[in-house]
Design a protein around this ligand. Structure first.
Ligand code: CTP
Ligand code: CA
Length: 230
């Protein structure tokens, strides 16, 4: 006889995760992007699913397989990501791991821009919506636990603490994405991460670990914070 399967610590919960970069079109063949691989966000979605949660992963363009047992909502732009997040709510917890492009082209050219021997085009930018701040500051839609990320290249903990307050999230997972971080191959695109967890009670410095181990540890903390199902 098989032993009964233990329900995971997130059984009965809906967990929303954003992951990857966004691509912001300039014209039909060009876009603004960043170096995010999506590895950390995807690892969090996978770990939450292993812990028994129903997981929705809203992800920008990545070269990763869909994590097992996760509902994936692929998007391209920040505005599409916000719409997909809004459509996926309500959730018990949301982890905003995506590297959302801060700016997009103010006007998207309908046809490929040509050199035409003329002046070099000026690229006018406009700000994208802040998905995390939008959801965290909306009491009607806010998941009980909202976790943001902060990728910094200097003053990592200081900037991340300011970000936690400004964005209205419960926790911030902060990491150093500078080439000086000491992570072999770099954090962005690499398989390891060294993070600082900033909560309402202070800062925890986690050791360098695989993105998968960081995800497991974060998911365990999320399950503990949510507590048992009513
Ligand atoms: N974020 C978001 N929508 C945006 C920008 C950021 O949801 N338009 C989220 C990210 O997913 C992350 C957190 O906000 O969880 C912090 O992102 P970050 O880029 O570090 O913060 P910014 O406020 O954009 O500040 P800056 O890039 O100037 O450091
Ligand atoms: Ca940003």
């Amino acid at each position: 006889r098989l032993a009964p399967v233990e329900p995971g610590p997130l059984a009965g919960r809906h967990v929303l995760v954003t992951s990857g970069p966004t691509h912001e079109p300039i014209d039909p063949v060009r876009y603004i992007a960043n170096r995010s691989s999506g590895k950390q966000g995807h690892a969090i979605a996978a770990a939450a699913a292993r812990a028994g949660a129903r997981v929705t992963l809203v992800c920008g363009p990545v070269n990763l397989p869909d994590p097992a047992g996760v509902t994936v909502r692929p998007v391209e732009t920040a505005r599409q990501m916000l719409a997909a997040v809004e459509a996926a709510l309500p959730a018990d917890a949301a982890i905003f791991a995506a590297a959302v492009a801060d700016w997009r082209a103010a006007r998207e050219a309908g046809e490929k821009m040509k050199k035409d021997g003329g002046a070099i085009p000026a690229l006018a930018l406009t700000e994208n919506p802040d998905i995390l701040a939008t959801i965290a500051h909306d009491p009607a839609r806010r998941p009980r636990l909202v976790v943001g990320f902060a990728a910094e290249t200097e003053n990592v903990v200081g900037y991340a603490q300011a970000k936690r307050a400004r964005k209205g999230c419960d926790w911030i997972v902060a990491n150093d994405v500078s080439p000086r971080s000491g992570i072999v191959g770099g954090v962005m695109g690499g398989d390891e991460n060294q993070v600082h967890l900033i909560t309402e009670t202070g800062v925890e410095h986690w050791p360098t670990a695989s993105k998968s181990d960081v995800a497991e540890r974060l998911v365990a903390r999320i399950a503990a914070a949510l507590g048992p199902l009513e």
